[in-house]
Design a protein around this ligand. Structure first.
Ligand code: PLP
Length: 388
């Protein structure tokens, strides 16, 4: 019996490690296992590997290598950015501004900061999940220490006008952070063009390993460490460095940079085919997110009357891996805060599914998905009616 086709359309959740990345990493587990802080040759080899890896990471975002602080991933980078900056500002600047659609890594850190007595403002978004510059402006005060606006949203893929937002924030003397975890490798990301002071990255969204990332910190930005211990990362982030992970992250950044001129276009063409096909076959499907200011690999639909989770499970049965657009799985019955902030009604938010494409996605994958999806939606709707 031929095995079922598998179509992975959840690249925003994570990506497979590129074989070339894995190849670079392997030697650093059992052969070159030194601790980068050790003075002997094994330690020096590890230290050199870290220095070498820092270059392509910095180059991908147009930064200097010494502005890169390696972390355990995007979540830690976001925690570090918000907590480190708020701790360093103090005094007359006690206000944090962020948006209503941030990833939990920023959102929950902002709530934590708020719980510690700082003022926090969550800027609203429009129906496309777009943060208008005009919406940020009134939130800024003379006491604003930091403004954190994600570059691209992980659920609906909306790309934010970070350069314009950064410009007005700097006029008010605030530090600007962006979470670029989803944007890296998808769109050009340059810290000077964006005008940001800090930027979060994660390797596993970029065909690198899980559990490693970085925070870019522009030279001269006032920051406090939030992890205490050894003197690693020039005392900005304590803890023995994940040498194989960092080596893999470096290689992943090098590859992503090389593919930037071609791969996003290829993926966008497939994405456009998927969107057109869904619109043709499922007349009432609602395309969520921005019509053009969005990542090339993201599609997000609401299929009225079809529970997103039930639909994702039905698709899984056909070998198609998609994400539910709302966090109604596990114990939580909360719909996605992103869809809620966009004004999408609760019932509809439960009907959403995200398909995110990547390097492994082919035309055949898209045609297979388009062939299976209409029936899956129909059956999901019918099942819901029976349950009622
Ligand atoms: N920020 C965004 C926008 C994300 O999509 C993610 C991961 O889903 C993170 C932060 C967290 O990154 P990590 O999984 O490396 O902790």
């Amino acid at each position: 019996m031929p095995s079922m086709r598998q179509v992975y359309l959840d690249y925003a959740a994570t990506t497979p490690v590129d074989p070339r990345v894995l190849e670079e990493m392997l030697a650093f587990f059992a052969e070159q296992y030194g601790n980068a802080s050790s003075v002997h040759a094994a330690g020096r080899t590890a230290r050199e590997a870290l220095d070498v890896a820092r270059e392509p990471v910095a180059a991908l975002i147009g930064a200097m290598p010494d502005e890169i602080v390696f972390t355990s991933g995007g979540t830690e980078a976001d925690n570090f950015a918000l907590q480190g900056c708020m701790a360093a500002s103090g005094g007359l600047r006690e206000h944090l501004v962020t948006t209503a659609i941030e990833h939990a890594a920023v959102m929950e850190t902002a709530r934590h900061v708020e719980g510690r007595g700082k003022r926090v403002t969550f800027v609203p978004v429009d129906e496309h999940g777009y943060v208008a510059v005009e919406a940020v402006e009134p939130a800024l005060g003379d006491d604003t220490a930091l403004v954190s606006v994600m570059l691209a949203n992980n659920e609906v893929g909306t790309v934010q006008p970070v350069p314009e937002i950064a410009a007005i924030c700097h006029e008010r003397g605030a530090v600007v952070h962006t979470d670029a975890v989803q944007a890296l490798g998808q769109i050009p990301v340059n810290v000077d063009a964006l005008g940001v002071d800090m930027l979060s990255m994660s390797a596993h969204k970029l065909y690198g390993p899980k559990g490693v990332g970085a925070l870019y910190i522009r030279r001269g930005t006032r920051m406090h460490a939030v992890t205490f211990g050894g003197e690693q990362e020039r005392r900005r982030r304590a803890g023995t460095e994940n040498v194989p992970g960092i080596v893999g992250f470096g290689k992943a950044c090098e590859l992503a940079r090389g593919l930037l001129p071609t791969e996003p276009q290829r993926v966008a063409a497939l994405r456009d085919r998927l969107v057109a096909g869904i619109r043709d076959t499922i007349a009432d499907a609602i395309y969520c997110g921005h019509p053009h200011e969005r990542l090339p690999n993201n599609t997000h639909f609401c299929f009225p009357g079809a529970n997103g989770e039930a639909l994702a499970i039905r698709l899984d049965g056909k070998g198609i891996y998609a994400a539910t657009g709302s966090a109604c799985s596990s114990a939580s019955l909360e719909p996605s805060h992103v869809l809620a902030a966009m004004g999408i009604p609760l019932e509809l938010a439960y009907n959403s599914v995200r398909f995110t494409l990547g390097r492994g996605t082919t035309e055949e994958d898209i045609e297979y998905t388009l062939a299976e999806l209409p029936l899956a939606v129909q059956q999901t709707r019918a099942a819901a009616r029976v349950e009622l």
